[in-house]
Design a protein around this ligand. Structure first.
Ligand code: FNR
Length: 356
């Protein structure tokens, strides 16, 4: 694993060894994959404003997520079906996160049970559990009851940007073939079969608050207007993830950077009211640091963790997180910032993005 130097090489290595089915499900994004592609390329149009001649012997990346300490301001975004890529699945991801001090959000559609995933959690290890509200509410209530009793799970992440799945053609092309006659469908179609398309702010948040006392984070916000709505539910809602679902839901939905910039311009008070996290397209330490400079408290990574798992199991995920952490540290040192708490908009030039 040590000879893999960056997240692109980890993706390449995984692509060679995982099944075509896993590749198609992980890689896929909606329609023409424009959001997926912009998620990543947008960071190329943001330039740093490094301050030089600053003592960078110390670099502190520790932070807290809703009051829980983590070693790095990154988290593993919820992603379904990790065992498609490696038999250790989400439990393998948990082991690597433990070694690296990184938080992990377990998907509603994980391939292992939450009990199995947190079984070996060390004290202080931080997990979230992500919920897709099911049409059969009793199913979601039963899951919440189980999750409520698991101490390592510190918060609930309610995903709201995929009441139905986007049109993911790689997944359909590879995974639907041969099943057409007997029903079935792409991996996504099957996973989303039971989800409730009628979720909405008031109804769903009220229901959720009746079934958990854990803090709630709403994932999938894409406009500043919705961030303000989420903020109006604080402190019931403690945080949001600005995300377009890795480009897998609505194609040409904005990358999180656009939404972050909107929040900065129209409702900056929201950064104080709720935790604002982002995900999508983070492939380099510099990407993560740019998002943090623009006000994100933490950044999520989705596919790179699955590629790491596919390429080398626990060690592959550990290597992925290690590369990203090291790149972030180098970036901060060259930027002249000693602690993630000191990152701010004065360290980035967003002129090109704002003109787009
Ligand atoms: C996801 N994502 C996702 N989100 C969610 O809330 N629940 C889920 O079960 C899943 N499942 C899932 C599976 C796979 C294979 C992928 C790639 C993504 C979206 C995920 O949490 C995150 O928003 C994106 O993956 C972030 O983008 P990157 O890092 O993959 O570019």
């Amino acid at each position: 694993m040590q000879n893999l130097l960056n997240l692109h090489e980890i993706e390449e290595a995984a692509t060679k060894v995982i099944s075509k089915k896993a590749w198609a499900y992980y890689y896929s994004a909606a329609d023409d994959q424009i959001s997926k592609s912009f998620n990543n390329t947008i960071y190329r149009s943001i330039f740093f404003r490094p301050r030089v001649f600053v003592d960078c012997s110390i670099c502190n990346m520790e932070t807290s997520l809703l009051g829980h300490n983590v070693k790095l301001p990154i988290f593993v975004s919820p992603a379904a079906m990790a065992r498609l890529g490696h038999p250790s699945g989400e439990a393998g991801i948990a082991e690597a996160c433990d070694r690296m001090g990184v938080a992990q959000i377990i998907s509603n559609s994980a391939s292992l049970s939450p009990e199995q995933i947190v079984a070996k959690a060390s004290p202080g290890q931080v997990f979230g559990w992500q919920l897709y509200v099911q049409r059969d509410l009793k199913m979601s209530e039963a899951m919440l009851e189980r999750v409520n009793s698991l101490d390592p799970i510190k918060f609930i992440v309610l995903t709201v940007d995929a009441p139905v799945p986007g049109k993911r053609e790689d997944d359909e092309r590879v995974n639907n073939i041969g099943r057409m006659a007997g029903g079935g469908g792409s991996v996504a179609t099957q996973l989303f079969a039971g989800t409730d398309p009628s979720i909405s702010w008031d109804k769903t948040l009220r229901w959720l608050s009746e079934h958990t006392k854990k803090p709630i984070v709403v994932k999938g916000l894409q406009t500043h207007e919705d961030v303000v709505v989420a903020g109006s539910y604080a402190p019931l809602v403690r945080g949001v993830v600005l995300s377009n679902h890795g480009g897998r839901s609505l194609d040409t939905a904005p990358p999180a950077v656009h939404t972050l910039l909107e929040v900065r311009r129209y409702c900056p008070e929201m950064f104080e009211r709720i935790d604002i996290w982002v995900d999508g397209g983070i492939r380099r330490g510099t990407n993560a640091i740019k998002a943090l400079c623009l006000g994100a408290k933490a950044v999520g990574i989705g596919r790179p963790v699955l590629w790491g798992l596919g390429a080398g199991g626990v060690k592959g995920v550990e290597r992925t997180l290690q590369i990203l952490g090291n790149e972030m540290a180098t970036c901060m040192r060259l930027l002249g910032v000693k602690s993630v708490q000191d990152l701010g908009p004065q360290y980035v030039n967003t002129r090109i993005v704002e003109q787009q």
